[in-house]
Design a protein around this ligand. Structure first.
Ligand SMILES: [Zn+2]
Length: 318
């Protein structure tokens, strides 16, 4: 069977949910099974095996691709570092081995941001662009980088951890990685809310806007600020501009280092971006080479699609 018509099962394992579906020619052809992520590593394994069983018996995929949080080794066989939002022991369960043993189907693992980037490159916003980067702006900041049509994996498989580009020497804000002032600490949804709280607490009570006056500034959320912007509140607009500046700092670095045709933005925070405005701002700041910032189009299922397509390609080679 040619690579074109092969069916693969794609599985996306995240901190809050696990979803899976069968993919053919870059499109989902089965129902999408979705589960809440179990609280234990063993529970995750059981959930993945049960879902796989249902889809394998109906669609007989020729391979399986798993997109997972955490860095995956260069051989795509196991998770080498677990992320904070998956349970302890997750990196010790051998998903590939367990699945291959039970279903006799070749399986690979890939970091979820890498898988999403691959989906945007193959079938999404950056389709046909040989040099493109996808950034996930969510609770954290993830990235996947395509160089000359190939996913950049690095010496150990941990490349494209773009969220940990440092922005300052000042040690103002600690990052989830343990270092200080990483891009993620400012450009993520979590960072957005922290910036809002810091900026609000510096404004004396009598100078706070109507919108802010009745709010507990220590508990401001991203959604508070977004609703403030909709009401035209100037303070909220300033917060948003500050956040965009932080987002820009990382985008400028990536543009200058990788000279990509596009940088695709996905994740929950991307929907708060005015892409025309951001492109204008980026153009003004990139003096060596330029790129285009685009909205993701492979959507919520990018992890499933990307992992499945990587599996089809890898296991068609032999
Ligand atoms: Zn960091």
């Amino acid at each position: 069977m040619s690579e074109n018509n092969r069916i693969a099962l794609g599985i996306d394992i995240g901190g809050t949910k696990i979803s899976m579906a069968c993919v053919q020619n870059g499109e989902i052809i089965s129902q999408i099974l979705t589960y809440n992520t179990p609280k234990s590593a063993k529970g995750i394994l059981e959930t993945v095996l049960n879902g796989t069983e249902a889809l394998v018996s109906e669609f007989a995929p020729t391979s399986i691709g798993i997109a997972t949080a955490g860095a995956v080794n260069r051989e795509n066989t196991k998770v080498i570092s677990s992320t904070g939002n998956l349970p302890n022991g997750y990196s010790d369960i051998n998903l590939k081995e367990e699945i291959e043993k039970k279903f006799n189907t070749k399986t690979l693992l890939e970091n979820d941001a890498n898988a999403a980037a691959y989906a945007e490159f193959k079938v999404g916003a950056a389709k046909g662009q040989m040099n493109t980067i996808t950034i996930t702006l969510g609770t954290g900041v993830g990235g996947g980088i395509i160089v000359d049509g190939k996913l950049l994996r690095g010496k150990s498989g941990a490349a494209a951890e773009v969220g940990h580009i440092p922005l300052s020497w000042e040690k103002k804000r600690q990052c989830t990685c343990g270092d200080w002032d990483c891009w993620e600490a400012y450009a993520s949804g979590t960072g957005y809310a922290i910036t809002a709280r810091e900026m609000a607490s510096k404004i004396p009570l009598e100078y706070r806007s109507e919108f802010l006056k009745d709010k507990n500034v220590d508990k401001l959320t991203t959604h508070d600020i977004i609703s403030g912007i909709k009401q035209g509140d100037e303070f909220c607009i300033k917060i948003h501009e500050a956040w965009l500046e932080f987002v820009l700092m990382g985008l400028i670095s990536l543009t200058n280092v990788f000279d990509p045709e596009s940088i695709v933005l996905s994740g929950g925070m991307a929907k708060f971006i005015d892409f025309d405005d951001l492109n204008k701002k980026l153009d003004k700041r990139c003096n060596i080479t330029k790129t285009r910032i685009m909205n993701a189009s492979a959507g919520n299922n990018a992890g499933i699609i990307g992992a499945a397509m990587l599996a089809i390609e890898k296991f068609s080679e032999s």
